[in-house]
Ligand binder design. Sequence first.
Ligand code: DX5
Ligand code: ZN
Length: 218
Amino acid sequence: MDFILSPSLLSADFANLQQAVEMINDSQADWFHIDVMDGMFVPNITIGQPVVKAIKKHAKKPLDVHLMIMDPDRYIQGFKDAGADILTVHEEACRHLNRTLAAIRQAGMKAGVSINPHTPVCMLEDIVEYADLVLIMSVNPGFGGQKFIESSYRKIEETARLKEKYNRNLIIEVDGGVSLENTPKLLSCGANALVAGNAVFSAPDPKKRIEEFKRLGL
Ligand code: DX5
Ligand code: ZN
């Protein structure tokens, strides 16, 4: 089945971001995945609204912004103004998740909620009907190029059951250690959006690698 491929710019050359953006524009990829980290929720610090805004100027596809930050409510409007189309927050970083997702939709973006590898899918039971997207982290967030955590397959299947029950339009996205090898299994478990950083940008020809990914959805 067809799926959304969202290459993660975290693995691109930050000194040549425009080149990476043009490559994705010209490729079969669907979205741009942008990882925002605050050095508190995760150990790493990456990019913020100014860089998202700069990317938006060149991007011809939706910006899928993944906030790995504490209390993301503070920045919802900021990321809307910077050009985010999909804004995903972490369940573990929000005190009032229902309110946060409503605020993201109210600001005019698709609202996503992500869970870390240690967080059970049942934490999403009462929220999936208020979300547009669930992002299953299949590595501990913070860095690209890590090894896929196997229990994620089960979590995707559990999320697919919640989708069936509460929200047939839910997008189930997977982030971390996604490769050409595990893509068929991720799709058969119920994922319909995949983030790929290292698998795309470490390829000798990233555009061709994107094509190889997309072919797996035909
Ligand atoms: C990790 C980020 C991911 C990362 C994925 O914290 O959320 O989006 O870029 O990178 P790969 O595909 O290399 O695991
Ligand atoms: Zn991410």
